[in-house]
Write a protein that binds this ligand. Structure first.
Ligand SMILES: Cc1cc2nc3c(=O)[nH]c(=O)nc-3n(C[C@H](O)[C@H](O)[C@H](O)COP(=O)(O)OP(=O)(O)OC[C@H]3O[C@@H](n4cnc5c(N)ncnc54)[C@H](O)[C@@H]3O)c2cc1C
Length: 378
């Protein structure tokens, strides 16, 4: 069986890892010329960790990053609204959420792909699906045939645009910026999320001194033609806590990753021989922080199914089953992330005041209960 995986991100490398010893002939193409580390922090959840353990590749990650011990939510001035202790979840599940450099996770997955042909600096020129195979022309004009193609090429997927013509992501009127800062004051153990009106700022510790920062703002709350660093400074100038220090310490050389908030919702994720996984199929809003774990799960579930099948027909049945099972899990997360985004990023002072009161005075264990229920279903 000849398989082409398009995209060497989290989903692409996960499906390859799950199929490592399947005997399939796998080619992976990745548009970047070298594996360059994306400079942001991700939250890896219990559901993703369990799969990495099952694939026997979690070991090197165990000592990396930071196991979260608590989550604190504050208003924009840094006044605490709620603190959720993760002790119960960590005792029960080992690690509920671990904050990591994306590059560390990527490296571990990459080291598990030794039997795969990897072509860096390569994209697609055309994809033609036929009854018996898929004919693909790469950006270097070489022509190849595969039994199936897996589109794991992220939120702006090229495979998606080839198979479903003009399906593009939904773009929200919200921008985000992510960077890593030295901030030993915050770093000890937990993460802090600060909620303003139409803007949020989060600290996600990854070591004793380093913290990932994820700031998000409605576009009507900022000046889009400002450079990211200036936009951060002007949008969050009234924030309290550690934000003034973080903004003061920011230098022009700090890499800031920025984009609009986007999501992907498709009628179908596959044709007979081509399937989308990860963000290409179902990118979700960042409010639930499940994108990475969902990409790992997709890769693992699809890889397992193809591993068992490992023959040249009946892919559409496998794809149908895979999509059905994964949709049942993804759809509620996407729905929750939309509701959370609506409330968290609201530009209305009244809604934000109600939100803050609910967080402060609402049921104490709601976060733990929701996560516990979610993890129990894994
Ligand atoms: C700043 C930031 C913070 C985030 N924080 C979190 C978090 O805390 N928790 C969480 O769960 N998720 C988080 N996410 C989301 C998470 O990173 C994604 O959901 C996840 O990486 C999706 O994996 P993927 O493999 O589908 O896509 P990606 O990881 O984006 O990988 C896609 C790959 O395909 C390659 N590619 C693209 N187009 C082509 C092409 N035409 N040909 C060949 N290759 C191509 C890309 O270069 C890339 O390597 C965050 C994302 C960002 C940007």
């Amino acid at each position: 069986m000849k398989i082409l995986v398009v995209g060497g991100g989290i989903a692409g490398l996960s499906v390859v890892s799950a199929m490592e010893s399947s005997g399939a002939e796998i080619t992976l193409i990745e548009k970047t010329n070298q594996w360059k580390p994306a400079g942001y922090v991700i939250g890896l959840w219990y559901n993703g960790i369990e799969i990495l353990k099952d694939l026997n590749i979690y070991g090197p990650l165990e000592e990396k990053g930071h196991r979260n011990e608590f989550q604190e939510t504050t208003d924009e001035y840094g006044t605490r609204l709620r603190k959720t202790d993760f002790a119960y979840l960590n005792n029960k599940y080992g690690t509920a959420v671990q904050f990591l450099h994306r590059k560390d996770l990527h490296e571990v997955l990459r080291n598990h792909t030794s039997r795969v042909q990897v072509n860096l600096g390569t994209t697609l020129k055309s994809v033609v699906e036929r009854d018996d195979d898929v004919e693909v022309v790469f950006s270097n004009d070489t022509r190849h045939r595969y039994d199936l193609v897996i589109g794991a090429d992220g939120i702006n997927s090229q495979v998606r645009s080839f198979i479903f013509n003009s399906e593009s992501p939904i773009i929200y009127d919200t921008e985000y910026m992510a960077f890593i800062a030295e901030l030993s004051e915050v770093c000890p153990r937990g993460n802090i999320e600060m909620l303003g009106t139409g803007k949020i700022w989060g600290y996600y510790p990854i070591s004793e001194t380093e913290c990932g920062i994820f700031a998000s703002m409605r576009t009507d709350n900022c000046t889009l033609d400002e450079a990211p660093i200036d936009r951060l400074r002007s949008t969050f100038q009234n924030f309290g806590g550690y934000v003034p220090k973080t903004l003061r310490d920011l230098s022009n050389s700090t890499p800031i990753y920025s984009d609009s908030i986007k999501e992907v919702e498709l009628q179908r994720w596959h044709t007979n021989r081509i399937i989308l996984i990860g963000d290409a199929a179902h990118a979700m809003l960042p409010t639930t922080g499940q994108g990475v774990s969902a990409a790992i799960e997709d890769g693992y579930e699809l890889g397992k199914r193809l591993f068992v099948k490992n023959q040249n027909h009946g892919f559409s049945d496998i794809f149908r089953e895979f999509e059905k099972q994964r949709r049942a899990k993804i759809a509620p997360i996407q729905k929750r992330s939309r509701i959370a985004n609506h409330v968290v990023m609201s530009g209305s002072r009244i809604i934000c005041a109600a939100r803050d009161a609910l967080i402060k005075y609402g049921p104490r264990n709601s976060t733990t209960t929701v996560l516990d229920k979610f993890f129990r279903k894994q």
